[in-house]
Ligand binder design. Structure first.
Ligand code: CA
Length: 265
């Protein structure tokens, strides 16, 4: 859908998204200028409001599709690929709540519901049915834009990059998603506490961690100087992590604590 303002507006206001207006391939959500063009679906039967939102959101740099009733809306939401849906509650065909319930069978696309002021129960039902946010009509366009941005940011943050879940040091790899540690191709058989301890150390690799900090982070307790639980756990971890491989990664720093680092390089 072309930008209705012929895009001089977009160019001025929205440098990271300006290509979207010029290049039709970008309208399919392809990266533009290193960013990603977000695609929105508006399901709204009031034609004037739908048109107003479509134009306004296109000017904000979004690719916008509009459905004028619940049946089209459900079809487009299910078959298409949208980053976010703005969903009116009162719709011909299938109403907003019905559409949302059907959509949630297969998709978790973020949804902002538009509700009438006097229908508080719709908001509650909407949130229960899986809406991520709602706006009461009439609303300020700027508020809608702000809420869309919040939800898109939240959705982007919800799925951490695979890299963030895979930590490595030398020939050691720690896979946080699978809760697995591998050294030189061999899987380490660690207890839950040992895995937590190793995760802390590798997240902060090269940094000396005191016993107190380790106790707080792994055992969630304040360190009692009378206990040697940390030293025992470190010794056990060493036995599995370093001993079989003949090359030490876990070092004691006398009087300070422990550090995980590869000193061979
Ligand atoms: Ca309506």
């Amino acid at each position: 859908m072309a930008c209705p303002k012929a895009c001089a507006h977009c160019r001025n206001r929205c440098p990271t998204r300006r290509k979207e207006a010029d290049d039709s391939s970008d309208r399919l959500g392809a990266p533009a200028d290193g960013g990603t063009v977000m695609k929105l679906l508006i399901v709204e039967d009031e034609a004037k409001l739908a048109d107003y939102l479509r134009k306004g959101l296109a000017e904000e740099g979004y690719v916008v599709e509009v459905a004028g009733n619940g049946i089209d809306g459900l079809h487009m939401a299910t078959e298409g690929s949208h980053d976010l849906i703005v969903l009116d509650t009162m719709l011909p065909g299938i109403d907003g709540l019905g559409l949302l319930a059907a959509l949630r069978q297969s998709k978790q696309t973020p949804v902002i519901m538009l509700t009438a002021r006097h229908r508080v129960e719709d908001r509650v039902r909407g949130l229960k049915a899986g809406a991520d946010d709602y706006l009461v009509k009439p609303f300020a366009f700027s508020e809608l834009v702000a809420r869309i941005e919040v939800l898109l940011r939240r959705a982007a943050g919800a799925a951490p990059a695979p890299d963030a879940l895979l930590l490595s040091l030398g020939d050691l790899q720690v896979d946080l998603a699978r809760r697995r540690a591998v050294r030189a191709g061999q899987r380490l058989e660690l207890s839950a506490k040992e895995f937590q301890l190793l995760t802390l150390l590798i997240r902060r690799k090269g940094e000396v961690l005191s016993r107190t900090e380790i106790a707080e982070q792994v055992w969630d307790v304040n360190f009692d100087h009378g206990t040697n639980v940390i030293d025992v756990a470190i010794r056990r971890l060493r036995g599995k992590l370093d001993l079989p491989f003949g090359h030490t990664l876990l070092h004691t720093v006398r009087g300070m604590g422990y550090v995980l680092e590869d000193r061979s390089s």
